[in-house]
Design a protein around this ligand. Structure first.
Ligand code: GLN
Length: 285
């Protein structure tokens, strides 16, 4: 029997056992800390501390799920996005750092507009909508999702973070919205091509496929949003879409086809082409 399989008694032994089972020692510490309800500092303050068999079992169960590939964010139920501690679960996409670019672009476009009306389509955990609403207390944000389970997660996050200027609406893209007009519409829609091997790797294997993939070229939902958003934007309103790193030319072309102007590509922190912003025509379509 492997040493790491011997039942640990102390915190130091538990940590050693967790580290032996995971590739990343920081994940081992994070998961053990989460299971025991200990901060990082507390985790290392008293390594000799004796643990109950239940405590060890709980922590090792979490470590085993991680060793099976389950995402850390689903195991801890948390992920930080734009400085906000969001609760996440398997009903929603895990917020990614590159999506902060979409928030930055939206905030930029909102400058100088008092009480801007903003829509976040396919909000998932609420990440983009809540980040924008938190930065701009005067904004009136509408967040949609087709999934009722996702909307429960997003609304809980709004409550926990005490962010009151977001309205959640169950809607397939813009379909169920009242005929409002927005200054800014943002979305991180699904954009991975069905069958892309990327979907079989890492966290993506455990995330909702409805939040990830979209037709044979990954662009089905972006096409639909481009078509529908025109009718929901104020004249000169802004549409900002996240997309795959190899899709910027195609997304720009389909937006041009729909009559959007000022089509601009943007790169994320990893310098990958990751988002396109554009404007509706000055005359409302
Ligand atoms: N950026 C994600 C990934 O490829 C996909 C998220 C999405 O489809 N919106 O990991």
């Amino acid at each position: 029997m492997n040493d790491s399989r011997l039942a640990p008694h102390s915190l130091a032994e538990l940590l050693a056992s967790a580290r032996a089972q995971l590739d990343d020692p920081r994940e081992a510490a994070l998961l053990v800390g989460h299971a025991l309800g200990l901060s990082r500092e507390m985790l290392y303050a008293h390594p000799e501390r004796t643990l109950s068999p239940e405590e060890c079992e709980q922590a090792l169960a979490l470590v085993a799920r991680r060793a099976d590939g389950q995402p850390v964010a689903y195991l801890t139920g948390q992920r930080e996005f734009y400085g906000l501690a969001l609760q996440v679960g398997p009903a929603v996409l895990i917020p990614r750092p590159e999506t902060e670019l979409v928030v930055e672009l939206a905030l930029e476009r909102m400058k100088g507009i008092a009480s801007p009306a903003v829509a976040d389509l396919g909000t998932g955990s609420g990440a983009i909508a809540l980040a924008i609403a938190h930065e701009r207390a005067d904004a009136r944000v509408t967040a949609t999702d087709r999934s009722p389970e996702a909307l429960v997660v997003a609304a809980n996050n709004a409550r926990q973070l005490d962010i009151a200027n977001v309205k959640f609406v169950q809607s397939d893209w813009l379909e169920s919205l009242e005929h409002e007009r927005f200054d800014v519409i943002v979305s991180n829609p699904p954009y991975v091509a069905v069958g892309d091997p990327h979907l079989e790797q890492g966290d993506l294997r455990f995330e909702p496929s409805a939040a990830l993939s979209s037709g044979p070229d990954g662009l089905d939902d972006i096409r639909r949003i481009a078509l529908e958003a025109k009718r929901y934007l104020k004249p000169n309103g802004n549409l900002i879409l996240e997309h795959g790193a190899d899709q910027q030319a195609d997304v720009s072309a389909l937006l041009a086809e729909q009559g959007y102007t000022d089509i601009t590509g943007h790169r994320d922190l990893a310098h990958l082409p990751r988002a396109v912003s554009c404007k509706s025509q000055r005359q409302v379509a």
